[in-house]
Design a protein around this ligand. Structure first.
Ligand code: CA
Length: 459
């Protein structure tokens, strides 16, 4: 694996930015994510990193020659964030330099009041944008547990299709509707299947607001280095192409999906909005949290050689805890805290990010800097680790002993502290996703939040 643990991960490192030393912050000096922000005191959007409760402007630091120039090194493709990408960051130079500059004993920026005030802006004064303008978006389906849950609802006897354990299944999504955390999402409108058993003139689809609106808790991998058309990326090279990860909410209209998905897969059920968290946590920052790829049961086939590598088996996984919370409008209005709906882990994915990249490019397809690869819903084998309401409120449990396989429509609603209940998302609900990494002997780092409130459909 190309990402090693080094001095920037030392858990003893502290910053002169006091809020970075709070044990509960997602953004200690060991994280240093990439982000893009707008701020009233600056004319332009800023390429930044976040440390504690401050954003650090790269342009100010490079103009003062405190960090290397982060300007375009990608052959003129300089749109928004790409200039901060590979290869500058990948060599980990800027990470190391930022780690030095922000270290509590380093006076260079700490003791230069004017420059410090220019370079650091409190997060509360800034608006976070999506961290990059995404070029293309592909969404995978890499959690075996998610695929088994969903498959069991519709095909109790045969939940997994024959290709699942051979191919990281995915589809091409839409980049134009990816929005940053905090963007209000309008309930989509679309066609829904005729009622079951409907006959005659009743046997026709209806058109109206989605009735089964859902989220999907995913991680997104951002491509930092592309590949030439016709040149597949090998498993050995795959991780070298990733800039980092963010949280991704793949909002899903289940009733639209059910009617439209045959035979070409999701379309309007998915492309009305996808929300990302504002921070790209780099692969360098994630180095201490690597873990083996999910071990395949001995009864499962091993991947074909182009999707297999010893390094991937040993450390292709990433230990990231993921949580989904919900706050209804009534809860917010009465000052109630959001409730946690689920808690899962990214290490439980059947396919690793490296395998997704190797598969995606195996036919010669070219990935480009700024492409987003969604992991697919992250679900575990327990009910409280299911990463969508489709699974969470479903009464079946294919992982129980013996398995409980019931048709997809039998659901127990979730009760909210206000007495409200939910099988799917209601108007006014806010979905809040969080992700973080913890490991004994290392500093906890986090991905921040990925939020979205649902507003009523356009009539
Ligand atoms: Ca998805």
């Amino acid at each position: 694996m190309p990402y090693a643990i080094d001095e920037t991960h030392d858990p003893k490192l502290e910053s002169w930015v006091e809020s970075a030393n709070d044990p509960n912050t997602d953004f200690p000096i060991q994280n240093l994510p990439l982000c893009l922000a707008g701020c009233p005191t600056k004319q332009l959007s800023m390429m930044t990193t976040r440390v504690g409760d401050f954003l650090v402007d790269f342009d100010v630091l490079s103009a003062a020659e405190l960090i290397e120039d982060t300007s375009c090194e990608t052959g003129g493709v300089c749109w928004n964030y790409v200039r901060a990408m590979n290869p500058v960051w990948r060599t980990a130079k800027i990470r190391k330099r930022l780690s030095e500059l922000l270290h509590k004993d380093n006076p260079e920026l700490r003791d230069n009041k004017k420059l410090r005030e220019e370079a650091l802006t409190p997060i509360a004064e800034c608006k976070m944008y999506q961290p990059i303008r995404f070029g293309d978006y592909t969404d995978f389906y890499a959690s075996l547990n998610h695929a088994t849950n969903v498959g069991s609802m519709f095909r109790p006897d045969n939940p997994l299709l024959p290709n699942y354990k051979w191919i990281p299944v995915g589809y091409h999504g839409r980049a134009s509707s990816i929005v940053p955390s905090g963007t209000v999402i309008t309930r989509p409108v679309g066609q829904q299947a005729p009622a079951e058993g409907a006959v005659g003139s009743e046997n026709r689809p209806t058109f109206g607001p989605c009735k089964l609106l859902d989220y999907e808790m995913e991680m997104g991998a951002i491509i930092g280095r592309g590949n030439d058309l016709g040149k597949p990326v090998t498993m050995a090279e795959a991780e070298d192409h990733i800039l980092g990860l963010c949280i991704l909410n793949d909002w899903s209209a289940r009733d639209l999906q059910k009617w439209e998905y045959v035979p070409l897969g999701p379309f309007l059920a998915k492309n009305f909005a996808s929300t990302v968290s504002p921070y790209i946590v780099t692969m360098e920052a994630l180095a201490p949290f690597r873990c083996p790829a999910m071990e395949r049961p001995t009864s499962d086939p091993q991947p074909l050689p182009h999707l297999d590598a010893p390094a991937n088996r040993e450390a292709g996984g990433i230990d990231i805890t993921v949580e989904v919370h919900l706050a209804s409008k009534q809860m917010r209005d009465t000052g109630l805290e959001p409730i946690r709906l689920s808690k899962g882990n990214f290490r439980d994915m059947y396919w690793t990010v490296a395998q997704m990249i190797a598969h995606h490019t195996s036919n010669g397809c070219n990935l480009q800097p700024g492409d987003l690869l969604g992991s697919g819903t992250i679900s575990g084998t327990t009910r409280d680790s299911r990463g969508s309401l489709l699974e969470l409120t479903w009464d079946g449990d294919p992982f129980a002993n013996p398995p409980v396989l019931v048709p997809g429509t039998q659901r127990t609603p979730i009760e909210l502290p206000t007495g409200e209940t939910r099988k799917f998302i209601a108007d006014g609900d806010e979905i809040i996703m969080r992700a973080y990494c913890e490991r004994e002997g290392f500093r906890r780092i986090g991905f921040g939040e990925c939020r979205g409130i649902i507003q009523p459909a356009v009539s």
